[in-house]
Design a protein around this ligand. Structure first.
Ligand SMILES: NC(=O)c1ccc[n+]([C@@H]2O[C@H](COP(=O)([O-])OP(=O)(O)OC[C@H]3O[C@@H](n4cnc5c(N)ncnc54)[C@H](OP(=O)(O)O)[C@@H]3O)[C@@H](O)[C@H]2O)c1
Length: 185
């Protein structure tokens, strides 16, 4: 079910943001890689996430291939034997929430299930909309539009290095998420 997460009771204020590049048909990746190459977008991702904890699924980590420098890399996997040098491994969302520093902006960087699980806890989303349809195997979850408001949009025209029109958008939460008390790990 979309946007369902067990109600979490934490004794600290969390500041969770999602960041994703999403195509017109909601694709975020194909065959465990990005479906496009937009050099400026990668620089934007680095700028927004630099110095912050980054939370990702094991497949996203594998598609990146090494720890993102300058950031605390937190990887979710159900494989209890998995060890990866230079990253912190977690086996459920509750343990990550306990680990996260209070107040500091923590970045959820994908993929699909991780975005979906963290979205109800997030208060900001950095979405890069790419105005093109791509073949995909991973998708961004559709969000409840009444809970979010677009606060900025910066559109970039296609260039010689990048054939796609795209926009950097920031959404902020304007309404608390509807929690559903079910399994959250
Ligand atoms: N466009 C973008 O902004 C963007 C961002 C990120 C990723 N991507 C793309 O998305 C694709 C990868 O994303 P994906 O959705 O396929 O996979 P993913 O979310 O990165 O990883 C899925 C894995 O995460 C682990 N996991 C998920 N939920 C968990 C939970 N609740 N508890 C413990 N572990 C959990 C499991 O690992 P185990 O199987 O090890 O148990 C699961 O197989 C790639 O194509 C990548 O390039 C795009």
């Amino acid at each position: 079910m979309h946007n369902s997460v067990k109600k979490v009771h934490l004794d600290k204020p969390l500041n969770i943001s999602l960041i994703a590049a999403v195509s017109r048909n909601w694709v975020i990746g194909y065959d465990n890689r990005l479906a496009w190459h937009i050099p400026g977008e990668l620089k934007y991702f680095k700028k927004i996430t630099w110095g912050k904890p980054v939370i990702m699924g094991r497949k996203t980590y594998q598609s990146i291939g090494s720890p993102l420098p300058g950031r605390d890399n937190l990887i979710l996997t159900r494989q209890h034997w998995l060890r990866i040098p230079g990253v912190q491994i977690f086996h459920d969302i509750a343990s990550i929430l306990e680990y996260l520093p209070a107040d500091e902006e923590c970045m959820v960087i994908g993929g699909t299930d991780i975005y979906e699980r963290f979205m109800p806890l997030a208060n900001r989303m950095y979405i890069t909309w790419i105005e093109h349809d791509f073949k995909g195997s991973s998708f961004f979850p559709v969000w409840p539009t009444d809970e979010w408001q677009e606060i900025t949009r910066q559109t970039h025209q296609p260039t010689i290095n990048n054939p796609y029109l795209f926009s950097y958008c920031i959404f902020e939460r304007i309404k608390p998420a509807k929690y559903v008390d079910n399994e959250s790990s």
